[in-house]
Write a protein that binds this ligand. Structure first.
Ligand code: HCA
Ligand code: CU
Length: 410
């Protein structure tokens, strides 16, 4: 049975520096970039609204973090949106401001009247969107898109064309559209998984196919999270040759959003650290907190890196090992993100080692037996509910004082 992939014959384990390049990963096509769409896709999130000041503050934070592209909504969307796009461009950021624009003359014209670096065009190519969204056939899509792409190029701007709902599009339709837009001069094609339907393997295959077919065009991937695969799919796209990865802060977007910036950064930190050389990772937490505050949200408990408990260790086995060496259970170093590790000892799963360390930090001098007794007492107390750090400390002090009294009474 053919897997469809060429695998070199196995000759025994490869020394790490001799893993054949290009075997599982397409050769790099230049710098991989991150596009943040918090101001565009993010405001499509239910209930979201960013004031002008908030949008400018988010853009500044994205810029100091090191993001390459900041995607803004289409200037034609509303007068205030047009003013915002101008204001974003006037910030003079290192990041490039790109507008997300429908393939319509008026929309492109309005975007070209602003100083954006580029236009991110999109057009639905799946049968579902062709039927129920815009109602245009593939040849009509190209009649609309191709002249606009030429116009944007002759205006000297960057242009990307996305086939919206790429993963439910017929492959022949999809490649027909991409062949034409690449010939018309787009610098990048976009493969959005608009409905969050794709698996990492499907993403890998489609991105690889496109990267081989269009070796001179960049490839952008935009993954929705309807089935929880957004970050996995985005990493699969990168490893198959995509050179622009879409995210939003906290993963906000239509329905349940797209890949989160923190999630993608966590993966890159581990598997592609060279891509983060120009990033300031300590800005991630302020960014996530700022956007959460703008939207009256709390950061989700499972948000990579910035979740309140992302660097909290609790059970006895974990706390002991982490106190000995954090690498035992931490693959991300909180210090690199300007964050702190926390050892939670206020639970019935607490352990002696961590309790002993905390007691020593509080200046309580205990023998091994006493640490054991204190741990047992704490576990018993935590049967009625977990304790905060302050409650644990108070419990320890009280226990210590009572123990002193007991000793004195004896
Ligand atoms: C949308 C759809 C989109 C576009 C992505 C892109 C998607 O809200 O307009 O332009 O690459 O998920 O397909 O966000
Ligand atoms: Cu989207």
């Amino acid at each position: 049975m053919s897997s469809g992939h060429y695998l070199p014959p196995r000759q025994g384990p490869y020394p790490p520096d001799r893993i054949p390049q290009g075997w599982y990963m397409a050769p790099a096509r230049g710098a991989t970039t991150i596009l943040d769409s918090t101001l565009r896709e993010g405001e499509q999130f239910a209930g979201a609204f960013f004031s002008l000041e908030q949008q400018l503050a988010i853009a500044r934070l994205l810029d100091v973090t090191g993001i390459t592209f900041i995607e803004a909504p289409s200037p034609i969307a509303s007068p205030e949106t047009r003013r915002t796009v101008h204001a974003l461009c006037e910030l003079g950021l290192r990041a490039k401001i790109v507008a997300h624009v429908r393939c319509a003359v008026a929309d492109v014209q309005a975007a070209l009247e602003t100083p954006v670096s580029g236009l991110n065009l999109f057009y639905g190519t799946s049968a579902e969107l062709r039927t129920f969204s815009h109602g245009r056939r593939i040849d009509q899509i190209l009649d609309d898109a191709v002249p606009l792409i030429r116009r944007i190029r002759s205006a000297g701007r960057y242009v990307r064309f996305s086939a919206e709902d790429a993963f439910r599009s017929d492959l022949v339709d999809l490649l027909t559209v991409f062949d034409a837009v690449v010939d018309a001069g787009v610098q990048r094609i976009g493969l959005p998984d608009t409905t969050g339907i794709a698996t990492p393997r499907q993403v890998e295959e489609l991105v690889r196919l496109c990267s081989q077919r269009y070796p001179h065009a960049g490839i952008e991937f935009h993954g929705h999270n309807d089935t929880g695969c957004a970050i996995a799919n985005t990493v699969a796209a990168l490893e198959a040759g995509a050179d622009c990865l879409d995210v939003t802060v906290l993963g906000i977007g239509e329905r349940n959003g797209i890949a989160s910036l923190s999630g993608l950064i966590a993966q890159l930190y581990l598997h592609h650290p060279e891509l983060l050389a120009a990033y300031d990772l300590t800005q991630l937490a302020p960014l996530d907190h700022f956007v959460a505050a703008c939207l009256n949200l709390t950061i989700l408990f499972n948000m990579p890196i910035t979740a309140p408990g992302a660097f909290t260790h609790r059970a006895c086995v974990h706390t002991k090992a982490v106190l000995r060496n954090p690498r035992s259970y931490e693959v991300l170093d909180p210090g690199d993100f300007g964050l702190m590790r926390h050892i939670d000892i206020g639970s019935r799963f607490t352990g002696r080692y961590a309790v002993g360390q905390r007691a020593a930090t509080l200046g309580l001098h205990l023998s091994d037996d006493e640490v054991y007794d204190l741990t047992q007492a704490l576990k018993e107390r935590a049967e009625q509910g977990s304790l905060s750090q302050e409650e644990v400390d108070a419990f320890m002090h009280t226990w210590y004082e009572e123990k002193g009294n007991l000793t004195w009474e004896r």
